[in-house]
Design a protein. Structure first.
Length: 689
């Protein structure tokens, strides 16, 4: 019997916390997973999902061998084949299609793993060399990212470990108790020190219940609320004029622009009294340098989501809150990491574009693309790190696209997901415990390495190895397509960038290392914004050049009573679908422990709306609009305001009562900035099922 050994690892999932893990291995089998106590942000703790990670790794439902489809698409019937047959089939089909036009092949991936090697390394190199269509990965954060970049310049903000220094914290469109647990620890420390926590969210979340004040605006109204706050701050002179003069651009234009955006103007859109909006602005202005806005991507998932984040991002520059440690605002810390994208992804491998200029497909409209794209139509799709049948909007159109018999579909997965049921070739993937990877984070300032703790189960292979083998079969002999995972990881950061100093030594010693940045990190205390002007840009010339509003503006939802009264008369309930506590998007959503924890799809509805429809608590209901319908159990509760309903998500379609999930009713319309998905811009009605 071998002695137990402990392997350093990293959580790969789409969460700001990116935890450092320790895997105990005995006789070649992982027997324990725990959070690394020596990693300051992880602090020895894991979320309830990852604490039970071995149930995912050793699930009897894991895919173990390559398979080919033997039934109709969607039936999920497969027969085992060899890796040679699987790879030969894929390479042959790809070669045939590429001979006509390689852009008819589309990769589809997102954040099933956040590791740089297996989500942004060999895969990108392979599809670049193939000349396939490019994928615009917009489904989560692109709108907010674009709005933040237009204002602040890069995904940087307050040091997450210093937020306890703030005295007023606005938690805006975020639920850190569920989706940023380790960040919540620091916010809670601020509260213990006397900070006032205000949660701004249409839903009374677990976070809202622990805050001093909960404000419930209507979905999609955040941009109007932020504009009204700006109007009050400027009109009542609750400003840091020195900071504005030294470190911002366009204040004169902004002050004139927002004069009409009063709380009285905003109140009908926001659904809060004008006096409540005014008091929030006054409290924020009174806090001055001691305020923090911790926002997340909940407020970027509607038509005006990009501008909403931009509007919020303007607030700390008005009050000078960027001056102090832990204050200002934080959306994402990912822009601090000096990732060398060109070396990782090798876009230079793309073939000479004279014959086939690059084409980009927006992943948030994948159903539309599969059904309507031409010049050329999509003839093959390779899905990895994602489950579009469950997670993509306008689910019925997505299903119809994947059901095309003439679409050659490859899915590389750990489990037989909704999407896997439509595969022609289904490949078994490794879990995080079975491969090497490198991780950055978007909720802290530490990079982590992930070492394989166990051998791949049965015939499972990591993403990188499958693409290496496919490259050989297609005759691609570029050295970049032969590199092993360790070499890819070693070249992931920009050489010579001072922020990367000491990372390699930290990885070797303990598996993690903090970026070489001051502690606490106060990036904009003296300006230095990574914008073209070097200042916080209230006025954005880059947006003006794109024909977009150069100043903060109000872009209302497409589907709301104020913006579309005719639609609201038919479908009067605004639906949002935030993450379920026991799932992470569609990951973990097939495992017995977490299915039991969620208990089934639910629709939270206010008593007033339930009574108007004759619905009782626990009753099975049908939620519908012109795009489709799904079933759920009604939860009659005052946690949600009248006129709004909540469906915690994302359920696999085939594990839902009626074979549909919430994305049967969501729209594949895109956001104002960044081309993002509009999941929370959705009007529905509901009735007894």
């Amino acid at each position: 019997m071998q002695e137990n050994r402990v392997v350093r690892a990293a959580c790969p999932h789409d969460c700001p916390d990116t935890c450092a893990m320790e895997i105990t291995v005995a006789d070649g089998r992982a027997v324990k997973v725990r959070g690394a106590a020596d990693m300051p942000f992880t602090h020895g703790a894991l979320c309830t999902k990852v604490a039970h990670y071995l149930e995912r790794v050793y699930s009897p439902e894991r895919l173990r061998h390559p398979m080919k489809r033997i039934g109709r698409k969607g039936e999920g019937r497969f027969a085992r084949i060899s890796w040679d047959e699987a790879l030969d089939t894929i390479a042959t089909r790809f070669a045939e299609i590429a001979a006509d036009d390689p852009r008819a092949i589309l990769p589809y991936s997102f954040a099933g793993t956040m590791g740089l090697v297996h989500s942004a390394g060999m895969d990108r190199r392979f599809f670049h060399r193939l000349g396939a269509s490019l994928l615009d990965r917009t489904i989560c954060s692109s709108a907010g990212g674009a709005g933040w970049k237009a204002t602040v310049g890069a995904a940087q903000g307050a040091d997450p470990e210093a937020v306890a220094e703030a005295r007023l914290i606005l938690i805006w469109g975020a639920n850190p108790v569920v989706s940023n647990l380790h960040g919540w620890r620091h916010l809670l420390e601020a509260k213990r020190r006397g900070a006032r926590l205000v949660c701004i969210d249409p839903w009374r979340t677990q976070t809202a219940e622990k805050c001093d004040l909960h404000l419930a605006p209507l979905p999609g109204s955040d941009g109007a609320l932020a504009l009204a706050m700006m109007q009050v701050l400027i009109a009542e002179d609750r400003l840091d004029h020195d900071y504005i003069a030294r470190h911002t651009l366009g204040f004169t234009e902004l002050a004139q622009h927002v004069r009409g955006f009063t709380p009285e103007w905003a109140a009908p859109f926001v659904g809060l009294p004008a006096d409540t909006i005014r008091q929030l602005a006054r409290d924020y202005g009174e806090a001055g340098h001691d305020s923090l806005i911790r926002l997340n991507y909940g407020l970027n998932r509607h038509a005006g989501g990009g501008m909403a984040v931009r509007n919020v991002a303007c607030l700390p520059a008005l009050t000078g809150a960027w001056r102090k440690p832990g204050c200002g605002a934080l959306l994402s810390a990912s822009g601090n990491f000096p990732v060398d994208r060109a070396t990782l992804e090798r876009p230079d491998l793309y073939p000479e574009p004279a014959r086939f200029p690059p084409r980009t497909i927006n992943m948030s409209a994948i159903g539309r693309a599969l059904l309507e794209a031409d010049d050329p139509p999509i003839r093959a799709i390779y899905v990895y790190n994602s489950n579009p049948l469950a997670v993509a909007p306008d689910g019925n159109r997505v299903r119809a696209g994947f059901a095309r018999e003439d679409l050659f579909c490859v899915v590389h997965e750990l489990f037989q997901t909704d999407t896997a049921d439509y595969a022609d070739i289904l490949l078994p993937a490794t879990s995080q415990l079975e491969h090497h990877d490198l991780h950055t984070a978007y909720g802290h300032l530490y990079a982590l390495t992930n070492r394989p703790a166990i051998a791949p189960l049965d015939e499972a292979l990591p993403n990188s190895e499958v693409f290496r083998r496919l490259a050989r079969r297609l005759g691609f002999d570029d050295p970049a397509l032969c590199e092993d995972d360790e070499a890819i990881a070693a070249s992931a950061f920009l050489p010579g960038d001072p922020r990367a100093r000491g990372l390699a030594e930290g990885f070797a010693e303990r598996g993690w290392a903090r970026l070489d940045l001051p502690s606490p990190f106060v990036p904009f205390a003296a300006g230095g914004f990574p914008t073209p002007s070097g200042k916080c840009e209230f006025y954005s010339q880059r947006l003006a050049e794109q024909g977009l509003d150069p100043l903060p503006a109000w872009h209302p939802p497409r589907e709301s009573a104020p913006s579309n009264p005719a639609l609201a008369a038919r479908y009067p309930l605004a639906l949002i679908s935030p993450p379920a506590r026991n799932f992470l998007n569609s990951s973990f959503a097939n495992l017995p422990r977490f299915l039991k924890g969620e208990g089934g799809p639910k629709l939270e509805i206010h008593p007033q709306d339930a009574a108007a429809r004759g619905l009782a608590d626990g009753q099975r209901v049908r939620v519908f609009n012109t795009r489709g319908a799904f079933h759920a159990s009604a939860v009659v509760t005052e946690r949600i305001r009248p006129g709004v309903v909540v469906c915690p998500s994302i359920w696999w379609q085939k594990l839902s009562d009626d074979g549909h999930n919430v994305n049967a009713v969501t729209s594949d319309a895109l956001t104002d900035l960044g081309g993002g998905a509009c999941f929370y811009d959705c009007l529905v009605d509901t009735e007894a099922a």
